[in-house]
Write a protein that binds this ligand. Structure first.
Ligand SMILES: [Zn+2]
Ligand SMILES: [Zn+2]
Length: 136
């Protein structure tokens, strides 16, 4: 994804595209590993020395309020961020900590709930041991 594309995407969603915002969004999208605020801050602060953790936190809060990122609370004490807005769940390996996307069929789940209920958020969490850790 080019920087100008992200810039347009942010603008389309009512967000003024500052360089720091573009870099935070770019990082979430590029890494695809559902990073925490700390991970985003640590990875970007070497490239942007003026970046503060508060800025990262406020940027993520803004992204969340504009619905361009989802939050993942698979760990009780940590919020992770995801730019994949498609309906999906998450599998966490309790050994190496890796979080993978789990594809889900929204239509299948919709048949299980009252059709008058409106879903605004979904959180599906699975935990276990990943393929790589099982081999070891
Ligand atoms: Zn693992
Ligand atoms: Zn995800």
């Amino acid at each position: 994804v080019r920087t100008s594309d992200i810039s347009n995407y942010l603008r389309d969603n009512g967000i003024k595209p500052s360089l720091q915002r573009i870099m935070v969004y770019d990082f979430i999208q590029k890494t695809m590993n559902h990073p925490t605020v700390d991970q985003i801050f640590e990875s970007l602060s070497s490239n942007i020395p003026t970046l503060s953790k508060t800025t990262v936190y406020n940027t993520l809060h803004l992204f969340y309020s504009k619905k361009i990122v989802h939050t993942i609370n698979i760990d009780e004490n940590q919020t992770r961020f995801d730019s994949n807005l498609k309906f999906h769940g998450h599998f966490k390996c309790t050994n190496c900590g890796k979080i993978e996307d789990v594809l889900l069929e929204p239509e299948e789940i919709k048949t299980q709930i009252n059709e008058d209920n409106e879903i605004t958020e979904s959180h599906f969490y699975l935990k276990g041991i990943c393929k790589n850790c099982k081999i070891k």
